[in-house]
Design a protein. Structure first.
Length: 275
């Protein structure tokens, strides 16, 4: 199972090869912020019948999605929230610095806890890359969802991605080759008593495999559990957008609203929650 959305974490390692840029490789291997920005805007308009203006990205890492959101429309504003200063500084230097003067006025990457009561209010809030899996207790995850709900404007919509499948119970290592490097997604364990698992991202660059560049210690939450918690947090409706399948059996990156999923070895979906 090659997961295409993984939380950017800040394991402060020195490069083991020249010009090793872990965030650049992560972005190329995992993220698609331009497509994501369009998807969130389109789904919001389908649900609400109008365009969204303000987007907040929780656990934003480098803020790549926020950058693409403000570039998409001259009326768009974006707020990124993350506790880790390292990816935030990278995003400001690498991405925000290249925006126009007007675009820079409409974006803020803020070093803040996503549980803070003063996170910026938005039409759209997103918790991507399975970041909220770090909340392992129901009360903690419900508190995060409740804070996301409270910080949405009237009629706001929240997006959370989720993954699963029978392969999530196995220790595996998948790899994907890209121009100039190879991306590895490894799962090293799963505890059926707690539903906790450990994951790592490795890269091979210039003949050297650089291991555990990013690491994650998560609880694997199911869609029914998440829908129940979102409802308890105050959301009125929760829709499931399921990823389609390409001819080779992998995900095709196209997400459509469904009532039933497919029992795949691995799958990715979005939960779209209406305030």
């Amino acid at each position: 199972m090659t997961i295409k959305r993984s939380r950017v974490s800040s394991r402060k390692k020195k490069s083991k090869t020249s010009n090793f840029d872990k965030y650049e490789l992560y972005s190329r291997a995992v993220q698609s912020p331009k497509n994501d920005a369009r998807f969130f805007g389109r789904v919001y308009q389908e649900i609400r019948g109008k365009q969204a203006s303000i987007l907040r990205e929780d656990f934003c890492g480098t803020g790549a999605l926020c950058v693409e959101w403000v570039k998409l429309n001259g009326r768009h504003k974006a707020f990124g929230v993350d506790l880790d200063p390292e990816p935030l500084d990278y995003g400001r230097s690498r991405y925000v610095s290249k925006l126009t003067a007007d675009q820079k006025k409409r974006i803020l990457l803020d070093e803040k806890n996503v549980l803070s009561k003063d996170v910026p209010h938005a039409d759209i809030s997103v918790g991507l890359n399975f970041s909220y899996f770090l909340f392992k207790k129901r009360d903690d995850l419900r508190a995060y969802f409740a804070n996301a709900h409270q910080a949405l404007k009237s009629g706001g919509v929240a997006f959370f991605d989720v993954f699963g499948g029978s392969q999530c119970y196995d220790a595996i290592e998948d790899k994907t080759r890209h121009a100039g490097f190879t991306y590895y997604w490894e799962q090293t364990g799963f505890d059926p008593v707690s539903n906790e698992a450990q994951f790592h991202i490795h890269f091979r660059v210039g003949g050297k495999k650089i291991e555990r560049v990013f690491s994650y210690d998560w609880r694997l939450w199911s869609i029914p559990e998440l829908r129940e918690l979102l409802a308890e947090a105050g959301f009125s409706k929760v829709h499931v957008y399921w990823e389609g399948t390409a001819k080779d059996g992998t995900g095709n990156g196209v997400f459509r609203r469904v009532q039933e999923g497919e029992a795949c070895l691995s799958w990715i979906a979005y939960l779209v929650a209406e305030k």
